[in-house]
Ligand binder design. Structure first.
Ligand SMILES: Nc1ncnc2c1ncn2[C@@H]1O[C@H](COP(=O)(O)OP(=O)(O)O)[C@@H](O)[C@H]1O
Ligand SMILES: [Mg+2]
Length: 261
């Protein structure tokens, strides 16, 4: 198995609710996936499984050549970079931005007794630089704008040099400038052949960065369609996903959609 992710028949059930159902999904090295679907579709649940934070109720989740349930998740998690609102809430507001990034190499938030060497700090500085936030290194996380926080989180997620990077609605809550900046930066990461396999969750086609390769459309916990972006992101599939007649437009390497009137 050389897949970054290999999910077969994966379901997550809570009480009588099926959060995701019978998901087959494979992510290979070099691929850049978008997961698209309405609120409540199960997108976050799918990322929770893919990031080794939740076990499937049914099915098999292969992650980085390991099988969830037969591997120490604390060894697996540092190999996966995650950007999510849940994780961001665990970052102390008073933590120094440089420390927010450097502590990722220890899989912790909040600096305590860990000791970091110069190499770690150099790498953290490089990553902050690449995300255009090097000048914020000495600020505290709590004083940053939402857009700046997102860029710091991406830098943090890359700190461990992960083999897989998962982003759950990274552009949510950003203003137009912040969104465009983040989408462009994610597009640059996607173009980088040395970058990890990427998966980004969104419910807006406008947030799909350039250079993304594949899409998985999710509705009611089930896969509506999946495959290469140009073939799979169609008006018909989008309409089925959002249960609405939609007009989809492509603008070079970006997309937009609106209700057909
Ligand atoms: N622990 C839980 N128990 C029952 N239902 C849940 C639980 N967690 C999430 N859900 C429900 O599962 C569905 C999918 O949630 P989620 O994966 O967060 O969707 P998305 O990220 O696409 O908005 C939602 O309807 C949500 O309310
Ligand atoms: Mg979600």
């Amino acid at each position: 198995m050389s897949d970054v992710l290999a999910l077969a028949g994966v379901s997550v059930v809570r009480g009588r609710t099926r959060l995701i159902e019978d998901i087959d999904w494979e992510v290979e090295e070099g691929q850049r996936w978008v997961i698209l679907g309405p609120n409540g579709a199960g997108k976050t649940t799918l990322l929770e499984v893919a990031s080794a934070r939740m076990h499937p109720t049914k099915g098999v989740a292969g992650i980085l050549d390991e099988v969830l349930g037969a591997v120490d998740v604390f060894e697996l998690r540092p190999r996966i970079g995650l950007v999510s609102a849940l994780l961001a809430r665990q970052i102390p507001a008073r933590e120094n931005v440089r420390d927010v990034v450097v502590t990722a190499s220890w899989g912790v938030t909040g600096r305590w007794r860990e000791r970091y060497d110069d190499l770690d700090h150099d790498r953290a500085d490089e990553l902050l630089e690449s995300m255009g936030v090097a000048h914020l290194g000495e600020r505290t996380f709590g004083t940053l704008s939402e857009g700046e926080r997102k860029r710091v989180q991406v830098a943090r997620a890359l700190m461990t040099d992960p083999e897989l990077m998962l982003l759950d609605e990274p552009a949510a809550g950003l203003d137009l400038g912040g969104r465009e900046d983040l989408v462009a930066r994610l597009g640059d990461i996607a173009a980088d052949l040395t970058a990890p396999a990427l998966t980004m969750v969104t419910h807006h086609v406008e947030e799909i960065p350039p250079n993304f390769t594949d899409v998985l459309l999710l509705r009611g916990g089930r896969v509506v369609a999946q495959g290469p972006l140009e073939l799979t992101l169609t008006e018909e599939n989008l309409a089925r996903t959002f249960d609405m007649d939609l007009e989809l437009q492509r603008h070079g390497d970006r997309w937009s959609a609106r209700a057909r009137t």
